[in-house]
Design a binder for this molecule. Structure first.
Ligand code: PDD
Length: 282
């Protein structure tokens, strides 16, 4: 596939960065993942806004406007001819002559983008087409700035691996007794028809999908609350969902071997998923 690196479109396998890049040495960089449906990036502005927010949180700024990002993405879509895809954008602080912890005053960023296929949109989807998840819960061992979409994902990878090794699909993270999110998605529960998700804080990422679901709930008159979810409440919930740009809205039917609701994707999920599918095709 064709990828973008520092102003040039080139074969992904041939794209390389110097070993002195601070992304390689320090994990000094941020990223985004943007879904593309029918050749169009979905919720594009929100992703670019969050990218620039992450950059400013790590004391970086770059001279790439939203229009320029869009034209990079459009070129990736055109070169690779994927109808549905996800685009990965990454910006690191770039390479400097010596390895120093000091953050250099002058940025020479490395800007990278690649695209990978997502499955086609189904016009008539069945609940059985959607993979339900089983999850475990674990203490969140990540840092204190999970609101920054940083490329340093070792803790996330380890926490995900713990789930796979115990036969589950993902891990819901717990800090101070409260469930915040999963290793690469946000968390929602449903109780008595009301959608509940933890409020934004430095302990979780402000998901674009999360924001979109809250907007959909508002538009369709479904009650929602942004409030803390104590870990023990997960098992009492009627429904549990994980949401992200690539997973969309994923029903969770098991938490630590406790079956959630009826053990199948629930009615509020079904409604919300339907709304989501309708809008992504527009
Ligand atoms: N992950 N929380 C974490 C820790 C995430 O990594 C992600 C996204 C989300 C959901 O955000 P959004 O709805 O904006 O995709 C929440 C991406 C998809 C990834 O790392 O691949």
């Amino acid at each position: 596939t064709v990828a973008y690196l520092n102003g040039k479109f080139q074969n992904l396998e041939q794209a390389t960065v110097p070993v002195l890049d601070r992304g390689f040495l320090f994990g000094d960089g941020v990223y985004e993942v943007i879904p593309v449906y029918a050749g169009k990036p979905f919720r594009f502005s929100s992703h670019i806004k969050r990218l620039h927010k992450s950059l400013s949180a790590i004391l970086m700024s770059i001279e790439v406007s939203e229009e320029e990002w869009l034209s990079i993405c459009q070129e990736l879509i055109a070169h690779n001819q994927f109808d549905n895809a996800s685009i990965y954008l990454q910006v690191t602080r770039g390479s400097y002559i010596d390895r120093h912890h000091d953050i250099p005053t002058l940025d020479t960023p490395t800007i990278f983008a690649m695209i990978s296929p997502l499955p086609p949109v189904k016009k008539e989807w069945q609940v059985s087409d959607i993979k339900s998840y089983s999850v475990i819960t674990k203490e969140d061992i990540r840092w204190q700035r999970c609101d920054i979409k940083a490329i340093t994902l070792l803790a996330n990878c380890m926490l995900k691996q713990m789930a796979l090794e115990s036969g589950a699909d993902d891990t819901i993270l717990v800090r101070n007794g409260e469930a915040s999110e999963a290793t690469s998605s946000n968390l929602f529960i449903v109780r008595d028809g009301v959608i509940i998700t933890p409020p934004l804080s430095e302990h979780l990422l402000a998901g674009v999908t999360r924001e979109f679901i809250l907007a959909l709930a508002k538009r369709h008159g479904i009650g929602y609350e942004e409030r803390a979810i104590p870990e023990h409440e997960l098992e009492l919930a009627d429904e549990v969902w994980l949401t992200s740009s690539t997973k969309e809205i994923r029903p969770v039917i098991k938490v630590n071997d406790v079956t959630i609701g009826e053990g199948v994707a629930g009615p509020v999920w079904r409604r919300m998923y339907q709304y989501y599918q309708e809008l992504k095709e527009q």
